[in-house]
Design a protein around this ligand. Structure first.
Ligand SMILES: [Zn+2]
Length: 443
């Protein structure tokens, strides 16, 4: 009888779906925690979460992150809970958990096309735990500070793992800007926090070395310089033994062979390289991938932290005729002079035209060629007509010259103003293997 019961039980069990038999779901009653972004409904807290083992991919990301931070892998348990909506850090029964929604991760993978979004979210949750945040805190100010601290943590870890700045921002950029919550800072503030923290770690590597991702970092000034006319892209710099080494690509324009490359320094910068310390390792008149410039700043008496100001440095590559010109006040003189000359010539034209008309009227009034109406040397009637014609010809001449001067002057002035506006972003330094000219833009 006992055996029969056993068999019946076994048969009953076998008919059940297998995964339930082996289900490793645990029930975690979540009272409080920190979600990556504000949860949409209230079923996240104060309820039982059915927490499943994480997907191998998510577990792998977590282990990778913990390895970088140097934390014992057993410190947290990563669990899959669709009730978590996005991802959250929580402590229940003395155990630290990170709960995440696999469908949220899936949609993030699809929308960002970037693996770093998930890294940054898990790093954010690790941050909450590592920084010892108390999830029972209800003061909104403290909660906001906790979120920003976790974002800072996440950005720092991502930089340590060689994610680019945009990659560190990938997850936050997916959040709905219109959703607000008293515990969460606005998205723009979180974005700023991540941006600043990523840069801070980057700059620290720049100055102190030890970058695990190789010693390079994007320069941004060069990308913006001259806007669309600037062909330089992917400008990256690093410092090594008293040298600033800048690598960049320069996009070709079909049919154009000749270019001019420049080291660009912000107008606000105090640094001023000597042309003889600048050396192009690739031809500055050519474009293509993998261009390089080196500046031996130590020769100019600068230290590495004086030189390393990423926003103040860059590369610009222009077509020769599109280089922003040196702009000074006398740059406006030719245009203004031409305008003035044009005005004077038009005044002369008007005067001559009047005189010519008067003489011609005289000629028309006195029909008899023998009339003694002419004064002075008494010219003949024919001579009077010739004089009127001559004056009229000169009047035409001054009118045309005046128009040319006015149009030319207006063109020169407009061009100066455009060049000035375009060029006021920085200095260009030309250094072509020791033979260089320094151009001051916008001074
Ligand atoms: Zn958080």
């Amino acid at each position: 009888m006992k055996q029969l019961t056993h068999m019946a039980m076994l048969a009953g069990l076998l008919s059940l779906p297998l995964h339930l038999l082996h289900s490793q779901a645990v029930i975690i009653h979540v009272t409080s925690g920190c979600s990556h972004s504000p949860p949409t409904d209230s079923t996240v807290f104060g309820v039982d979460h059915y927490a499943f083992p994480p997907s191998p991919e998510a577990e792998e990301v977590l282990q990778e992150l913990l390895e970088v931070v140097g934390i014992n892998p057993n410190t947290f348990q990563l669990k899959l809970s669709e009730q978590a909506e996005n991802a959250m850090a929580t402590i229940e029964g003395g155990q630290r958990y990170i709960l995440y929604s696999e469908s949220f991760f899936d949609s993030l993978r699809r929308s960002t096309q970037n693996k770093w979004a998930i890294y940054s979210i898990l790093a954010h949750e690790i941050g909450h735990h590592t920084l010892g945040h108390n999830f029972n805190v209800t003061d909104p100010h403290d909660r906001i500070a906790m979120e920003l601290a976790a974002d800072e943590y996440s950005a720092t870890i991502l930089r340590m793992m060689c994610a680019k700045r945009e990659e560190a921002l990938a997850a936050i950029n997916q959040l709905d800007e219109s959703r607000s919550h008293p515990y969460y800072p606005p998205i723009i503030a979180r974005r700023t926090q991540i941006d600043i923290s990523w840069r801070a770690r980057d700059d620290s590597y720049r100055l102190n070395g030890g970058d695990p991702c190789g010693d390079r970092s994007p320069l941004e000034f060069g990308d913006g310089y001259g806007q669309k006319r600037n062909r330089a892209r992917n400008v990256e710099g690093h410092i090594k033994d008293g040298e600033l080494i800048i690598n960049f690509d320069a996009n070709p324009i079909p049919g154009v062979q000749d270019y001019r490359s420049y080291l660009v320094i912000s107008r606000n910068s105090d640094i001023s390289p000597k042309p003889e310390s600048i050396e192009w390792f690739t031809d500055p008149r050519k474009v293509g991938q993998g261009r390089q410039l080196r500046w031996r700043f130590a020769d100019d008496g600068y230290s590495r932290d004086l030189v390393w100001k990423r926003e103040e440095l860059g590369i610009a590559v222009f077509r020769p005729r599109q280089v922003p010109y040196r702009v000074k006040w006398h740059g406006y003189v030719p245009g203004a002079t031409a305008l003035l000359l044009g005005g004077v010539k038009l005044a002369i034209w008007d005067d001559l035209r009047g005189t010519s008309r008067n003489i011609y009227n005289t000629y028309m009034t006195y029909r008899n060629p023998d009339d003694l109406i002419y004064q002075g040397d008494n010219p003949s009637r024919i001579e009077v007509r010739q004089e009127a014609n001559q004056k009229y010809w000169w009047a035409q001449f001054y009118r045309n010259a005046g128009i040319i001067c006015l149009v030319g002057g207006a063109f020169l002035l407009t061009e100066r103003i455009i060049v000035d506006r375009r060029g006021r972003k920085g200095h260009l330094y030309v250094g072509q293997n020791g033979v260089g000219i320094r151009l001051n833009i916008g001074r």
